[in-house]
Design a protein around this ligand. Sequence first.
Ligand SMILES: Nc1nc2c(c(=O)[nH]1)N[C@H]1C(S)=C(S)[C@@H](COP(=O)(O)O)O[C@H]1N2
Ligand SMILES: [Mo]
Length: 322
Amino acid sequence: MNTFKKPRWLIRESKVTNENLYFNRREFIKRSSIYLGSSAIAYNFLSKDGTASQNNINDLKFIKNNKYNIISEITSENLSTKYNNFFEFGSTKNIWKESQKLDTDNWKLKITGLVEKSMILDVDNLINRFKLEERIYRHRCVEAWSMVVPWLGFQMSKLIKHCNPLSSAKYIKFTTFYNPKIATEQKARWYPWPYTEGLTIEEANNELSFIVLGAYGKNLHNQFGAPIRLHLPWKYGFKSIKSIVEIEFTDKRPVSFWENLASNEYGFWANVNPAVDHPRWSQKTERVLGGGERETEIYNGYGPEVSALYSNFSSLGDRLFR
Ligand SMILES: Nc1nc2c(c(=O)[nH]1)N[C@H]1C(S)=C(S)[C@@H](COP(=O)(O)O)O[C@H]1N2
Ligand SMILES: [Mo]
C-alpha cells in the first residue's frame, strides 16, 4: 500500500486557490513569474543530477491548476526522465540518451481532416495562444507501473475549438514523427510506424485531456515526447502519444499502433480498470516508480471526471478497459 505523503512544498502551494485560473493579462504575468520562481525551488531539490546533457531544457511560465492536484507524492524528475517508453528510440526503458537525437526546433503541428480549414501550428503559437497551466496527473502504464508528474500544457478542448471541426468529425487521430535516421527503431519493419493514437471527440473534449508542452516547470524533455505530447490520466499510458506532428479529425475510428500489433491486448478504449486483467498479467496493483505498490483504481482514480463518457457503453464489456 502507498502512504500518501504530501511533499512540503505542495502544502505551501496549496494555499493558492482556483481563482488563479481567472486572471487578467497583467496578473498573469505577475503571478506566473511567482510560480516560475517557486517551481525552480521545488523541482531543483527533487532532481539531484543536472539536466545539462539534455537538449534545450528551459524554465517555462505557467499557472497552477490546483483542481487536478492529486494528494500523492510527485515522482522525482530524476526517476521519471530515466525510465521511459519511447519505442522509436529503443525497446528498453533506458532511451533518454538516444532520444536526445530528436531535433525539436521549428517543430510543426499539422491540423488536418474534417476541419473548416487545415492549419499548421508551431510550439510558440500554441504557448502564446493557450497559455500554460500545471496539472499534477497520475500516469498508469499498462505494464503495471505508475508515476505522478507535474505536466505543463493546456486543455485539449481549447485546441479543438480553435480547429473548427466539422460536425461530421467523430474521432481524432494523432500521429508521431517518422524519421528512421534518428529514431533507429523505426527501421524495424514489423512495427506499424509511425506511432498513432485515437480518441472520440467527446473524450478529447473531456476536461482532463491535456496537450503537454512541459514538465517539472520546464519545456518537455525529449524522452517525455518533446515538444508536444498528450496526457490522458484515466487511460493506460500508451494512449498518451508523444512527439505529435499531426492531429487529424476524422469520421472513422483510428486504429492505433498497439491495437494494430495486438488488438486483443491493447484496444482503442484502454481505460484503466483493476478488475479487467491484461491477457498476460493482472492489473489489480501497480508498482510505483520510486518505491512501493498501490492498488490500481478504476479510471486511475478519475472516475468523477470521465465515467459519464462511458455510461452508454455497457455492451462493450471488457473492451472498454483493454
Ligand atoms: N510516440 C510514442 N508515444 C508513446 C510511446 C511510444 O513508444 N512512442 N509509449 C507510450 C507508453 S507505453 C507510455 S507508458 C508512455 C510513457 O511516457 P513516459 O516515458 O513519459 O513515462 O508514453 C506513451 N506514448
Ligand atoms: Mo505504457
